[in-house]
Design a protein around this ligand. Structure first.
Ligand SMILES: [Fe+2]
Ligand SMILES: [Fe+2]
Length: 162
């Protein structure tokens, strides 16, 4: 089994998870600048999750003796119109991640790389949760519809994410 190309692509995904972490960190900064500490807390926790996703890929690659490489990370967007804009962008980003994971999974299948397929199955389930979580937040924000008291109550709930 020649999985060199697949491992290179996993290394790309490792870097993409780091980029995801960076994007969520920038979103958290926007929230802090705009005095929404609860939403910022949620996004910092999200950043930490992305770092875990990255670490899991890195550990797998290292187990296979792959020479893991860090790449330059693109400067994340720092200007947003609103909280809704942030969480809609986050959902779009997660959809992009999902499509990347699916492509990796298909590549693993094509070359009968069962171990990588197994690893990627974890990411596929994780992406369902990630998309559901952002969908839920967007729905809540749409229901709040710009009401300040609604945004504050939700902010306090978001502060509680562990
Ligand atoms: Fe991720
Ligand atoms: Fe994610």
């Amino acid at each position: 089994m020649d999985n060199k190309n697949l491992l290179n692509n996993l290394n790309e995904q490792y870097n993409f998870e780091l980029e995801s972490a960076y994007i969520y960190r920038a979103m958290a900064h926007w929230c802090e600048i705009n005095s929404w500490s609860g939403y910022a807390n949620f996004l910092y926790k999200q950043e930490a999750e992305e770092l875990e996703h990255a670490d899991k890929l890195k550990a797998y690659l290292l187990d296979l003796g792959y020479n893991v490489k860090l790449k330059a990370i693109a400067e994340p967007k720092s200007e947003y119109d609103s909280l809704e804009d942030i969480f809609k962008s986050a959902l779009e980003h997660e959809k992009l991640v999902t499509s990347r994971i699916r492509m990796l999974f298909e590549e693993a299948r094509d070359i009968n790389d069962y171990a990588t397929e197994d690893l990627l199955r974890w990411y596929i389930s994780e992406q369902v949760e990630e998309e559901a979580s952002f969908n839920d937040i967007i729905e809540r924000l749409e229901r709040i519809n710009g009401s300040m008291s609604g945004l504050y109550i939700f902010n306090n709930e978001m502060a509680a994410r562990q």
